[in-house]
Design a protein around this ligand. Structure first.
Ligand SMILES: C[S@@+](CC[C@H](N)C(=O)[O-])C[C@H]1O[C@@H](n2cnc3c(N)ncnc32)[C@H](O)[C@@H]1O
Length: 290
């Protein structure tokens, strides 16, 4: 890993505050999509699980509880998290039955992991992978799946943001425009669900591909939590976004303008504005061979 994360476009920090945000975000995401593991996945055959781009490892912890609760026959589980950086790994993962290691999704995994996992999970790499990198990532993920194993990838769909009424509101539009410009300038996907589905198909290794989109707008039971999540996520991402898009010349200016943009959205929500129309796509496929 000699060239590490320093050249990456991934804009988020890897500090304690960001780890806390990721852990809180996890709880909301599983409520939005209906659980850590997609309902189409048959749990009884799952004994080994990998989570790539694992962050803190929070999804693996929850997946373990879910498997123990709903499929008690396959204990002990192999639970392995990979990330390009170890900075956010939870402390003492072995006490939770997890192994966490550093690995870049864009590189083939070490031979010891070949065809080792019944379920491989990926989530929220939208700001880390360029559109043209998804096929490489999927190829590497398929390499560690057992024949018959499942690949589940959940990511953030920004493609409806600009057509929602919020995009026309001057309190919310600066933030929306900056985010979409950031994605475009870096060749990041506004609709990873489609990009992932295409990469699954092009791998020629995945069958039974399904893609489900979960909006947050129009779900009153989630609305307040989703609004708070959006404010926190954009507060975290906006300073680097404003630097990269050339809208702020210094860190101080970026932080100031980010505060203004996020305050604008907060006012929009306080005035009765609907949660910004971000959606989550869950794409599942099954490796050929069983
Ligand atoms: C937004 S966080 C999501 C973390 C976790 N998947 C979750 O949903 O809680 C994205 C994670 O992807 C990791 N990442 C970025 N680029 C990566 C790469 N090329 N290979 C592996 N992990 C990567 C980051 O270090 C970060 O931990």
């Amino acid at each position: 890993m000699g060239d590490g994360p320093s050249l990456e476009i991934y804009p988020l920090a890897r500090d304690e505050a960001e780890s806390a945000r990721l852990n809180a975000q996890h709880k909301l995401l599983v409520d939005i999509v209906g659980g850590p593991i997609d309902k189409s996945i048959r749990l009884e055959n799952i004994a080994s699980v990998a989570d790539v781009g694992t962050g803190t490892g929070i999804w693996l912890l929850d997946a373990k509880t879910h498997l123990i609760t709903y499929s008690p026959n396959t204990n002990p589980y192999t639970l392995h998290g990979f990330d390009i950086s170890a900075a956010q790994f939870l402390p003492s993962p072995e006490t939770h039955g997890l192994t966490l290691s550093v690995h870049d999704i864009l590189r083939p995994f070490p031979i010891a992991h070949r065809e080792r996992y019944d379920l491989v999970h990926v989530r929220m790499l939208v700001s880390a992978l360029k559109v043209e990198e998804y096929e490489v990532a999927v190829r590497n993920l398929v390499g560690v799946l057992k024949p018959g194993g499942y690949l589940q990838w959940t990511d953030l769909d920004s493609s409806h943001l600009s057509s929602a009424p919020s995009a026309a509101d001057p309190r919310a539009s600066p933030l929306i425009t900056s985010w979409l410009t950031f994605l475009e300038l870096n060749n990041l996907s506004t609709c990873p669900t489609t990009t992932i589905e295409n990469a699954y198909t092009h791998s020629n290794e995945l069958l039974d591909i399904s893609s489900t989109t979960y909006p947050v707008a129009g779900r009153p039971e989630l609305s307040e939590r989703a609004q708070n999540w959006e404010l926190q996520a954009f507060a975290a991402v906006m300073p680097p976004v404003l630097r990269v898009t050339g809208q702020a010349k210094s860190q101080v200016e970026a932080e100031e303008r980010a505060r203004e943009a996020v305050s604008g959205v907060k006012e929009f929500f306080a005035g009765g504005g609907e949660v910004l129309d971000l959606r989550f796509g869950v794409v599942v496929g099954r490796k050929r061979g069983l």
